[in-house]
Design a protein around this ligand. Sequence first.
Ligand SMILES: [Zn+2]
Length: 482
Amino acid sequence: MKSNEEKEQRKKRLNENKHIITVGVILGLLLGAMLGYFVWFMVSERQETMARTENNRYDSAGTRVIRGDIITSDRVAIAYTQPGSTADEDVRVYPFHELFAPISGYTAMGRTGLEGAYHRTMMTTSLNFMEVFRNDLLNQRSMGDRVVMTIDSDLQYYCYTLLGEYNGSITVVDAETGRILAMVSKPTFDPNLVKEQWSELVSEDNKSGNLLNRSTQGLYSPGSTFKIVTAIEYMRENPETYRDFSYTCNGSITIGDHTVHCEGAHGTVNMESAMAYSCNGAFVTMGMTLDRGKYGELIKELGFGSKLIDELPSSKSTSTINRGTDDFEMMQTVFGQGQTMESPLQNVMITAMIANKGVMMKPFIVDHLEDANGIVTERTEPRELKQILTAEQVDYLNQLLTATVNYGTSPQAQSPYCQVAGKSGTAQYSSSLERTHAWFTAYAPAEDTTIAITIMLEQGGHGSPNAAPLASAIVNYLYERD
Ligand SMILES: [Zn+2]
């Protein structure tokens, strides 16, 4: 009995040992294969690096990686790759056609937008080594990393529809963080058809600039939205007395040989009613007392002359104001005409700054990067650029901009859900008074701000009747959907 038992036990142990040996051999082989693969990977990678320039390397990465997706904050893919049997047969798909084109850009004729800025990210995989190894063994390509935007797909679609037939842009920003929630630009293009339509898109006869992201790259005369900037400088230079400002408007103001007109005579105004009625005479009066050097510095401090956003192509807003600016240019600039040129993104940043208790935030459109399994590899943290206003200045500006909506020029921006604060602009873009762009820049709710909105309508006529209702519609939409 006993020897039988021993025999059984020995047999069992022998079997176990066999198992261990088998597992050991398999592990050894696997390790060997992995090491071999690793060495081969390093060598081939090294050779590739040595043989090619940096960018070409990422172009050729398609043989191992399928280009990653671009998705919205609510996880809708706006650009993805339909893999072919080889990388050359891959098709990049933009399922929403024009809707996100100014942001995504394209890959067909060079690369622009996020497709350009995040090319390397999407052509690199952060999946773990084993997963990539298994894919390589199976001769399958691994999925590249994903770009996750701050854009809200429903809000983007709502704003796109709202802009309708206008050329121009709508930009919606979370004032506290600088997150861009919607960015619409028209006219635009279908990134699926860039190759087919290329000659038409870049033709000299095509004056509509379809490939331009008007929010970040469009530069326009700011019109009366610039009175906000003049008001800030006036408050800075007259901290004790700005609340006592008074001016009697009879419909026009003349300085030297130059006359600036108002729309009618506004009578006696203070700073609040001057902003509310958009009195040019009052702002010229305030403006002509300003230190031109300091005014120019404030304009720079607000972002003029700087690149505002890292992820997208953009134009720097421009101003010529400095110590030596002459009276005529100063007179024009302080109420938003003259040579100042501003992008809608710049305008919405100033508005968001007021809304964010005077702190300017860096705008951003990429929330984070992640691998194909959704594991975050890099996140954008909101970044404070500068404290521009004191608490007292914020309160007073808020008073001016709510007055504009409550009893001033822009009742069209009111919302039944909350207090909206804002300023309209009607910017002449040719010598004819009739040819104007329409602006409206706003934040809401004024007492506890969450969002800032800038509407820009090219050849849109007047800001209050045409652009202000769009701001109101966006505020209402955000309330009604929540
Ligand atoms: Zn006036």
